[in-house]
Design a protein around this ligand. Sequence first.
Ligand code: P71
Length: 444
Amino acid sequence: MEPIRQRTRAERERLLEEAGFNLFLLNSDDILIDLLTDSGTNAMSTEQWAAMMRGDESYAGSPSFARFRAAVQGITGFRHVIPTHQGRAAERILFHVMCRRGDVVPNNTHFDTTRANCEYVGAEALDLPAPEGAETGRPHPFKGNLDTARLAELLERGGKRVPLVMLTVTNNSGGGQPVSMANIRAVKAICARHGVPVYLDACRFAENAYFIKLREPGYAGKTPREIAQEMFSLADGCTMSAKKDAIVNIGGFLCTNDDAVAQAEKDLLILTEGFPTYGGLAGRDLEAIAVGLEEGLEEEYLRYRIASTAYLGDHIAAAGVPIVQPPGGHAIYIDARAFLPHIPPAQFPGVALAAELYVEGGIRSVEIGTLMFGERGADGEERPAAQDLLRLAIPRRVYTQSHIDYVVEVILEVWRRREAIRGLELTYQAPFLRHFTARLRRAA
Ligand code: P71
């Protein structure tokens, strides 16, 4: 438990200016409801805290690692399980081992660190979302799917080396939307014909499994755990940020069935993360992940989680606020271009909207749009991202319905005065992952 304090509107206006309109640069003490991310912001259960007390901190061969590996293998079935401090460490090691300059890595949609780590080793991060994903306001049961026709064409055409294909479950850049089992199976079949391994970016695998149960014919009678096992059985490996569906505050892992790849990954792990039985984590962190993986698959928990996210989306959509439909698993995504049609994408409508929700009610959200995925061309012009979304991510087991009712009120207040909101321009940007540290000001 911790107290949350209200700043005044005038204080928030000053703090926002000082932070260069970038909510990453605010202190969390100055935030009332923090929907920046569902990553690492989860509340751990009594069982997780109890497991942490059993943490064995041996440098090598700890029983905590054995329990962690058993939990991961019980769900994924992968031969090699390599712990990492979080998801992006798994990505860095995977791409470093499997990719060379000039390679292409297709994905339904790469999330920010995945794209950046792929590009960092000189490979092209290619997004192949299914066309339904682009129709922001129109519901479809599996808007996270990968476009299998384009994937087949890419692999058949040849030319570029494709060392692996990734599937992000659920698809975080495009609205927290699930990928169907049929799509995973189709991707695997296409890749198998060309000898290309399939990797799941598995951060939100449990939410994806639950959506399959709800929406895909033939899965209603299966448990989320059985569905997750089937998803992983169609893949050759995975990266995982345990900070999401394993309901912990830090941790991740990298899995593969390929012995030679695993050896190279463990060698690299020792250089930067740690020995392969702890990989940059404490033994107690491994224990918390082992328990959290099981809790994250509990059906009652998932039913509440998906329903409570939809509660926020349904209430603002009913008042006319344009959101990605249907609501995602971990977050609601407002279509900032439709909310603020007078602000051009090059003036960051998603960032401008995030700033207003902070000023209005002390709510922190994150832009998933042109600041995150666009770039400034050599001509100085901003090249916009495919969409400008404002994500309200829900930490697991943290907020109550009355907190969310307050969020609805604040969003509707900003909706009523939307025409007066102005665009922004950059005053500083880093060479990659610019959204974390960018500074902006109101556009002239
Ligand atoms: C999320 C994050 C983390 C984040 C990103 C941007 C702003 C604030 C917080 C991380 C992911 C992810 C997927 C699909 C890999 C990672 C990296 N997401 N793949 O959504 O969503 O994991 O953070 O443990 O390194 O807020 P990592």
